[in-house]
Write a protein of this length. Structure first.
Length: 86
């Protein structure tokens, strides 16, 4: 997690039915969101990633396994939920 520890204003969650969606409760700011997005894109080339620190929701399109995504997010220093959001 980044050291800024600034909380972002709450925004409407962007849950997409054609994506793997999950919460990352320790995503605190735009820097955190960018770190998560870049880590997933680097680990799973060809994916499209949207991370919203306001709602704490990450959506990933183009990947089939949540376990792989979760492992990448943990490796980037964040704590994803244990199951995707439907």
């Amino acid at each position: 997690m980044c050291s800024c520890q600034k909380s972002s204003p709450t925004t409407e969650a962007r849950i997409s039915e054609d994506a793997i969606n999950f919460r990352v409760d320790d995503m605190a700011c735009g820097h955190c969101a960018g770190t998560i997005e870049n880590a997933i894109k680097a680990g799973l080339p060809g994916t499209t990633v949207s991370a919203d620190p306001g709602s704490k929701i990450v959506s990933v399109r183009g990947a089939a396994e949540f376990a792989a995504i979760r492992s990448i997010v943990i490796g980037a220093g964040y704590t994803p939920g244990v199951e995707p959001i439907i």
